[in-house]
Each structure stands twice: as C-alpha cells, then as structure tokens.
Design a protein around this ligand. Structure first.
Ligand code: AMP
Ligand code: FE
Ligand code: FE
Ligand code: ZN
Length: 273
C-alpha cells in the first residue's frame, strides 16, 4: 500500500517547516506523494518539487485559497496548477496584499488596546508574502504580550475578539474558475470545519472537482458523510493532515494517510479535461 498527504503548509505561509524540512518528514513517514498547499501562494512549490525529486516522492503543486459563498467561508484547494500561470500568480498576489493590509489593521487594533506590536515585527517574523493570524499570534508570544498561541487567539485574534479583522474573500465560483484556467483541479478543503453543507450543491454546480474527505479534524462521522456526498456528486476524494509544522503543537504530517489510488483518480480526471 502506498499513501499520500495532500494538505501541507510551509514557511511560505503559516507553517514552520521549510519545503526541504517538510519533504524530509514526508520521507520519514514513507509517503509516496505529497501536495504543498500554502495559503494564497505557490512560492514553496519549486523547492518542494526539487526536494521530492531527490527523495523519490511524487510532488503535486498546490495552494489553499480562502473563498466564500453566501456568506459562508470555504477553503478551496488548488491541485496541479501551472505554477507559472500569469493570471493565477497575479490573482494570488492580490490575496497576499490583502493579507498584509489585514496584518496592519490587526496591529492598529492591538495598539488601540495598549499592546505595542508593530506590523513590521510581524512581517519580519513571518518573512513571507502570505502572512496570517498565526504570525500575529507568534509575534504576540515572542513580545511577551501573551503566554501562548492559544491565549493570543482567545484574547485577541479569534472572530469576535477585539483585534479580529475579517479577510476579504473571493467568491468560490471565481476561485474555481481561476484554478481551472491555470490547469488545476479545485477541491473543497475540510468541509466539516466550515458550515459548508448547504452550499455544496452550488459549489459543485460552479465546477468543483473534489472534496477533502479525510482531514485531521474529521471524525468517522464526517468521513462517511463526505464520502457519501463525493459519490452523490461524482467528486474526487482527497485527504491530508493540514500540517503546519510546529505552529499548532505537534506536526501533523503522517497522521492522515490518503490511499494512493485516490491520487491516480485525480490524475485521470485531470487528463480527461
Ligand atoms: P488567517 O488565514 O489569517 O485567518 O488564519 C487562519 C489560520 O489560523 C489557520 O491556519 C487556522 O488553523 C489558524 N488558527 C485558528 N485558530 C487558531 C488557534 N487557536 N491556534 C493556532 N492557530 C489557529
Ligand atoms: Fe493555515
Ligand atoms: Fe483551511
Ligand atoms: Zn490548510
């Protein structure tokens, strides 16, 4: 049996591993294939591809886009996108600018609360184009403003907390279109984590190719529910650990193992397009 992990993050977004460190972990866990799905970027993919080639691991370039539909947040995974596609790169660059502005707004709110954290400190710590709330949380811990990442989220950064800033999101159908024009497959990430059930039919209608049935935070009930939905809507089945390295406690790579046969199905679907 061989296995894949199709949901992984590196330092190019809010993970803590370099692409090379991630691939070393994939090798340790004897994975046959991995996909890199950093938030709103494909910058880590070239290095991950090179490290995978050395390690004899199949590499799938990817990204995770934050979309919304009918006011519901939905994360769309892009797989097999052409990493050099100009309109895809231009669009994700816009999402990155939105993320950077959001960091500035969060810091301004923190400053109003008497917390002296500057956006530049967050940018320096994040040292990537696609920073997010986990970087603000790390900066709050590093600056001794909070005891832990959880405290930072609970006190300031979670929705409803005083430094929370909502993120502009593209509509899911537009993100799906963007992925398709870059030659990729669009897959709904961790459906059980967002309240996506009511919008699944509309997103399928918009061209969704697959659904992430297996995910760290999906229990057996969710696995069965989304496997049934995948059959009903003729969607590809994917899965991954959503490993962010050390940023959420222990590294999750190796905890969700997708049977490699599902990767073959993705490649068949893509070839038939
Ligand atoms: P953003 O994309 O900037 O809104 O940040 C979302 C990221 O923050 C996701 O990777 C979440 O898993 C992560 N996150 C949310 N809540 C927490 C928490 N309590 N501790 C650590 N990370 C979190
Ligand atoms: Fe993340
Ligand atoms: Fe996600
Ligand atoms: Zn993710």
């Amino acid at each position: 049996m061989s296995f894949a992990d199709l949901h992984l993050h590196t330092k190019f977004s809010d993970g803590t591993y370099t692409p090379e460190e991630l691939v070393a972990q994939a090798q340790f866990h004897k994975l046959a294939a991995i996909a890199l799905t950093d938030h709103d970027t494909v910058e880590g993919c070239a290095r991950a591809a090179a490290a995978c080639a050395d390690a004899g691991i199949e590499f799938i370039p990817g990204s995770e886009l934050t979309s919304e539909h009918d006011g519901v947040e939905v994360h769309i995974l892009a797989y097999f996108v052409d990493m050099t596609n100009a309109s895809f790169l231009a669009e994700v660059a816009k999402f990155q600018a939105v993320r950077q502005n959001r960091i500035r707004e969060m810091c301004a709110k923190l400053n109003d609360l008497g917390i002296g954290l500057q956006a530049d400190e967050v940018f320096q710590l994040a040292s990537c184009h696609s920073p997010g709330r986990p970087h603000v949380a790390r900066a709050l811990v590093a600056g001794k403003h909070c005891r832990s990442l959880d405290v930072a989220f609970d006190r300031f950064l979670k929705k409803g907390r005083p430094a929370f800033v909502p993120k502009f999101k593209m509509s899911a159908p537009r993100d799906i279109e963007l992925i398709h024009q870059a030659g990729g497959l669009a897959v709904m990430a961790h459906p059980a984590l967002n309240e996506t059930d009511a919008i699944i039919p509309a997103i399928v209608e918009a061209g969704l190719d697959g659904i992430e049935v297996f995910h760290t935070k999906h229990g057996p009930g969710a696995n069965k529910r989304y496997m049934d939905l995948a059959k009903k809507f003729n969607l590809l089945v994917t899965g991954g650990s959503d490993c962010h390295g050390m940023s959420k406690g222990r590294p999750l790579i190796g905890t969700v193992k997708l049977d490699y046969s599902y990767v073959e199905k993705m490649k068949e679907r893509r070839a038939a397009k």
